[in-house]
Design a protein. Structure first.
Length: 128
């Protein structure tokens, strides 16, 4: 099975050497995303809710570049330094997945995330 390295100009430029999306066969694996503003390269302000909303916004902007939609999502992993604010993550999540069936989801509390983020998400997709 071959491997394709995919990028999107809708996402911020990685600061380190990694590929935002890797496709192998019908499976797509998106690297962890934090709530960066692509225009400034900085984390959006406003805390957990705003960071989560930004991640999901970036996801929705990038998916068409790879001919994918939210319906192709099969797995989401959420990492957060603020489990006490998980209701804010869920609030942003519900805004996106109110009309689309959500993927399977795992949530993990962590001590720290890149750039001082409070939320990071990674996604897996399937498109036959």
């Amino acid at each position: 099975m071959s491997r394709q390295l995919l990028r999107s100009d809708k996402l911020y430029t990685p600061r380190y050497r990694y590929t935002p999306c890797v496709r192998t066969g019908p499976f797509y694996f998106l690297s962890g995303m934090i709530g960066f503003d692509p225009a400034t390269g900085q984390l959006v302000g406003g805390g957990t809710y705003c960071e989560t909303r930004q991640i999901l916004k970036l996801l929705q902007l990038a998916l068409p570049d790879w001919e994918l939609t939210l319906e192709h999502l099969v797995q989401a992993r959420i990492y957060t330094t603020r489990m006490d604010q998980f209701s804010e993550i869920n609030r942003a999540w519900e805004e996106v997945f109110s009309t689309v069936d959500p993927p399977a989801r795992t949530s993990i509390g962590v001590a720290a995330l890149p750039a001082g983020a409070t939320v990071e998400m990674e996604f897996s997709l399937y498109c036959a």
